[in-house]
Write a protein that binds this ligand. Structure first.
Ligand code: SF4
Length: 464
C-alpha cells in the first residue's frame, strides 16, 4: 500500500480514538501554561528569538567549514569522528565498533537520529541486547511503536496502559502509582547499565570552536549512561553543528523554555573527549556524523532553513492537525509541521512521503511559537511546489494542462457538470477518507446559479 493511502487510513483510525484526543488536548493545555512561564524569563522574547535564529542561521550557512573545525578540535581532544553519508553507512560503522569491543549489551539514550537510521531494528536484527534508558522511549520501544512526540515520546499512553506494560515487563504491581512505576524503571536501568560497557546516544549540538558535544536533558540518563560506559557512541546529524560555545547562552534557555516551559533543564552537559585516567567516564568516544539527505536540504536555498530546527516540539503542540491525529498517524520518526517538511525533503527513497506536506491548513500557529523563527508557514507550500515540480507523473501533468484549459474558458467551465462530478469522485474519493461523505458536485454550474439568483448573464468570458 502507498504511504499516502496508509497515512489516510491512520488518520481515520486516530480520529476514532476519543481517548487519545482527550490526552493530547490535556497535554497541549498544560504545555500552553508551561510555555507562558518559559518565555517570561526573557525580558525581550522577540529579541531572544531573533538571536537564536541568527545563531542557527549562521551555523547552517557555514556548516561546511564549521564541521571541519569541529572535527579537528574534537579529534585533538581524543575523540574520533566517523562520517556517514547514508543511514546504512552509519549502521555499518556502529556495528564495526560494537564488534571491535565484542559487545552485545548496550544502553541507549533518547535520540531521534538513531530512530531515523532505524538503529533499534538493526541492533535487534544483529542480536545485540540493548535497552532504552529514557522512560518514554522505553515505553514506545517495548510497545513496538514510533515516538509520539519529539519531547514526550509516550504522551498519548494512559497510566493504566503503562501499568499493564510494566507489570508484564518489569513485574511492577498492576495498579502502581506513577512514582512506583518510575522507581521500578530506574532500578531496571541501573541494573542493566552495570553490565553494559557501551552507551549510544544522540546530541543537541556539536560546538565547532571548542570541539564539544552538547547535551541537555531533565532525567539525567545521558549523563548517567555516558559516565558509566567505557565506550560512548554519539550519533548526530550534520545539522547539529553550532559555531560558538557562547551561542548556548541563548540556545539552552530558549530550548528549555519552548519545550518544557523551564528556565533551564536539570542537566546540561558538554563532552569534549574521552575521560582522563583520574576521571569517571568513557575511555573512547566515537561521533558518527550522519548526512542522510541533509546535504540535499542544504543545497536548497529556501528550504534549508528547516535545518535550523532545535527540536523543541513547540510547533507540534500548537498544530491543529497534530492535535487531532497525534504522532502515530504519520508512521514516521519526524512528525508535526517541521516533521512533514523534513520527511518530504530528507526521505529521498520514500517519495510517497511527500504527500505529508499537504497535511497542514497553513494556519501559521507554528510560526508564532518557533524559537528560531523558522518560517514553517511559507516552507510548507514551497516544499509542496518543489515536490510537485519534481515528481508529477505524465498523467498528472496532462491532468493539470486540461484543468488549466478548462478554467480559462467560461464556456468550458459551464459544460458538463455531471462529468466534472464524476471525475472528482474518481480522482479524489480514496483521499477523502471513510469518515466523511464525499460531497456531491452541483448539477448546475456557477454561471447558471448566478443567472438564477441575479437574473443576468455572467459575462466574464468576454473579459477572459
Ligand atoms: S520547527 Fe521550531 S518549533 Fe518546531 S520543533 Fe523545530 S525549533 Fe521547535
Amino acid at each position: 500500500m502507498f504511504k499516502t493511502e496508509q497515512f489516510i487510513k491512520n488518520i481515520d483510525k486516530a480520529l476514532e480514538s476519543i481517548e487519545q484526543r482527550v490526552i493530547v488536548e490535556r497535554s497541549t493545555e498544560n504545555w500552553k501554561v508551561e510555555y507562558k512561564n518559559g518565555i517570561e524569563q526573557f525580558s525581550n522574547h522577540t529579541l531572544a528569538k531573533q538571536r537564536a535564529a541568527y545563531y542557527r542561521w549562521k551555523s547552517i550557512e557555514n556548516a561546511d567549514k564549521l564541521l571541519i573545525e569541529f572535527e579537528s578540535n574534537f579529534q585533538k581532544q581524543g575523540g574520533r569522528v566517523i562520517w556517514a553519508p547514508e543511514a546504512e553507512d552509519a549502521l555499518k560503522e556502529i556495528e564495526y565498533i560494537l564488534n571491535k569491543y565484542e559487545q552485545s549489551s548496550i544502553i541507549k539514550s533518547k535520540s531521534s537520529i538513531c530512530d531515523e537510521i532505524e538503529l533499534n531494528e538493526f541492533l535487534t536484527e544483529k542480536k545485540h541486547i540493548f535497552e532504552e534508558s529514557e522512560i518514554g522511549n522505553y515505553i514506545q520501544h517495548i510497545s513496538h511503536e514510533k515516538n509520539f512526540h519529539p519531547i514526550h515520546a509516550s504522551m498519548h499512553q494512559s497510566k493504566e496502559y503503562i501499568g499493564r506494560l510494566f507489570n508484564n515487563k518489569l513485574s511492577s504491581p498492576l495498579r502502581a502509582q506513577h512514582t512506583v512505576l518510575t522507581d521500578t524503571f530506574a532500578e531496571h536501568i541501573r541494573d542493566f547499565s552495570s553490565n553494559a560497557r557501551i552507551a549510544i546516544t544522540g546530541a543537541n549540538f556539536l560546538i565547532a570552536d571548542s570541539g564539544s558535544i552538547a547535551f541537555t536533558e531533565d532525567e539525567g540518563n545521558i549523563n548517567f549512561i555516558s559516565t558509566n560506559s567505557q565506550v560512548l557512541i554519539v550519533v548526530a546529524g550534520i545539522d547539529k553543528v553550532l559555531s560558538n560555545l557562547n551561542d548556548l547562552d541563548i540556545l539552552w534557555p530558549i530550548l528549555s523554555g519552548h519545550s518544557k516551559g523551564k528556565n533551564s533543564t536539570s542537566y546540561q552537559t558538554l563532552i569534549s573527549g574521552p575521560a582522563g585516567t583520574a576521571e569517571e567516564g568513557p575511555n573512547e568516544i566515537y561521533l558518527v556524523l550522519v548526512d542522510n539527505g541533509r546535504s540535499y536540504m542544504l543545497s536548497l536555498p529556501e528550504q534549508r532553513q528547516a535545518l535550523h530546527c532545535i527540536n523543541c516540539g513547540a510547533c507540534h503542540q500548537v498544530c491543529p492537525v497534530f492535535n487531532m491525529i497525534g504522532g502515530q498517524a504519520y508512521d514516521t520518526v519526524k512528525t508535526g509541521p517541521i516533521g512533514i517538511i523534513s520527511n518530504s525533503l530528507l526521505d529521498t527513497k520514500n517519495k510517497d512521503l511527500k504527500s505529508q506536506a499537504f497535511s497542514s491548513p497553513l494556519c501559521g500557529k507554528c510560526n508564532e511559537v518557533c524559537p528560531v523563527n523558522i518560517d514553517l508557514k511559507s516552507l510548507l507550500p514551497s516544499v509542496r511546489n518543489l515536490n510537485n515540480m519534481q515528481d508529477a507523473s505524465i498523467q498528472e501533468k496532462y491532468g493539470w494542462i486540461s484543468w488549466k484549459k478548462m478554467m480559462l474558458k467560461r464556456k468550458r467551465m459551464n459544460q458538463n457538470n455531471s462529468l466534472k462530478g464524476f471525475m472528482l469522485k474518481t480522482m479524489y474519493k480514496r483521499y477523502w477518507g471513510d469518515q466523511r461523505e464525499f460531497p456531491n458536485h452541483s448539477e448546475r454550474s456557477f454561471n447558471q446559479l448566478w443567472i438564477d439568483i441575479n437574473g443576468t448573464e455572467n459575462d466574464e468570458d468576454k473579459i477572459i
